[in-house]
Design a protein around this ligand. Structure first.
Ligand code: PA5
Length: 447
């Protein structure tokens, strides 16, 4: 058992009645999750740890080995669910400094997740004189950020490689039948991987979307799937009171107390991208119809020196979920000083991990004293099994939590609003009426 959920530090923050009242929503939420559904309900992630395309998994490993052999750099083009999971996993398993570290696997850069020319130019300059492979990932095949980045990257590839070489270096992950990217890949005879129809972007890290880039960094993707399968098995064996569901119930208890912000807290900088992935998973799944807990994240002790003041002492609309790691990869001991100039001589010879865990405990007690309930999710270490367990734990929790809140956790209707405005302002065909409306608003604002 790698991942555990602990609610003992939050006990004084809710009554048994409050818990039972919210828990009543759990049985129908669980039934909804388990109910047979059609492909448009996007519940394909639920069975994924067991029910995946075994041949495709072998193909992912083969292509990952080819990319490792052929490339100094892998460029991963994608946005939202089409990149956050892979980035999170690579940093969690290897390091936030993965690219700068000495290794025999390619550097991996993520592009197409913004429109920033400066950021893209920086990455292009990193590619100078290097051998590149590309994994372009888009379920719809038409997301503007990734489509524009793919144009730039193809341009870069055409300057370096022949058409035949390019076919060996561009790998496409997209829908199995439809979309602009699928059509392009078929026309150019590029190697493709499939995003299953019934798996939405933010739930796709256990498909080729996440697994191909993750395998390129040298991680064992079988173990990640095995971790997710273990978590599914264990939660099912625990029944309706399982740990993921308890987390979901308590989130909704705090929400009913007008604690609208959940802060995911980690004490490991290499967890930072996991928190970005978690923010998308929870924010896009729950924030709709005027409802939802706002997902925020901090890394301590770093952010204790910035946001610590607010959390301790600001508006009491927060609760924290602390993700606690119990084993480190490399232990370090605080060095002695000949002269105790900093007054920290009492720490000499102590494990740095123990300073980190005392900081965690001290902060947790201070924040609960300050009126911020703390939930804790413990995992052993930054390895594939723990990663798979964590991913599936959060999938289960957000699915039932969303249903309990009364929203559909698998759609994202609000994401379209900015795109419509952007296309209108860029002059896309069919948007002229909206453009007039927006131009008027902007001119009133002095543009
Ligand atoms: O979770 C989601 O559905 C989104 O974040 C998408 O993953 C994101 O918008 C990218 O979409 P696509 O994969 O179609 O390019």
């Amino acid at each position: 058992m790698a991942v555990r959920f602990l609610d003992k530090y939050a006990k004084g923050f809710y009554s048994d009645e409050e818990y039972s009242r919210v828990k009543e929503l759990l049985v129908p939420a669980d039934a909804k999750l388990r109910a047979e559904s059609d492909v448009n309900e996007y519940k394909g992630w639920y069975g994924l740890p067991f029910d995946y395309d075994k041949e495709e998994l072998e193909e992912i490993k083969r292509v990952a080995a080819k990319i490792q052999k052929d490339s100094d750099i892998l460029l991963v083009i994608g946005i939202g669910g089409s990149y956050l999971g892979a980035r999170a996993a690579i940093e969690f398993l290897k390091s936030q400094h993965y690219n700068a570290m000495k290794k025999d696997t390619p550097e991996i850069y993520f592009v197409g997740n913004s429109f920033s020319p400066d950021d893209f130019a920086d990455i292009v300059s990193l590619c100078e004189g290097k051998d590149i492979s590309v994994n372009v990932i888009s379920k719809s095949g038409s997301t503007t950020e990734s489509a524009i980045a793919f144009r730039f990257v193809r341009h870069l590839m055409l300057q370096k490689y022949t058409d035949a070489e390019i076919k060996e270096r561009i790998f496409v992950t997209t829908d199995c039948k439809k979309g602009a990217l699928k059509n392009f890949a078929d026309r150019e005879r590029l190697k493709t991987f499939v995003i299953p129809d019934d798996v939405g972007g933010r739930f796709s890290v256990l498909t080729a979307v996440g697994l191909l880039p993750i395998a390129v960094c040298g991680a064992d993707i079988d173990e990640i799937l095995a971790g997710a399968a273990d978590m599914k098995r264990r939660m099912e064996a625990q029944g309706i009171d399982n740990e993921a569901y308890r987390y979901a119930v308590l989130r909704n208890v705090f929400y009913s107390q007008e604690k609208f912000i959940e802060i995911l807290v980690s004490y490991e900088p290499s967890f930072r991208s996991m928190a970005e992935w978690w923010k998308q998973l929870f924010g896009e799944s729950e924030g709709k119809g005027g409802k939802g807990i706002f997902p925020a994240a901090v890394t301590f002790s770093t952010d204790l020196h910035s946001l610590g003041q607010y959390i301790q002492d600001g508006k009491r609309c927060l609760f924290e979920t602390v993700v606690k790691q119990t084993e480190v990869k490399n232990e370090l001991y605080v060095p002695p000083n000949a002269v105790d100039i900093d007054g920290l001589g009492f720490l000499a010879g102590k494990k740095l991990s123990s300073v980190n865990s005392k900081a965690l405990m001290g902060t947790l007690l201070a924040h609960t004293d300050g009126g911020v309930p703390n939930l804790v999710i413990e995992y052993d270490k930054r390895d594939e099994r723990n990663l798979g367990e964590l991913i599936y734990f959060f999938f289960l929790a957000v699915a039932v939590s969303g249903y309990m809140l009364g929203v559909n956790p698998f759609d994202q209707p609000g994401v379209e609003a900015y795109k419509r405005n952007m296309f209108a302002l860029l002059g896309k065909d069919g948007y002229s009426e909206l453009r007039e409306e927006l131009d008027k608003k902007l001119s009133e604002l002095g543009h």
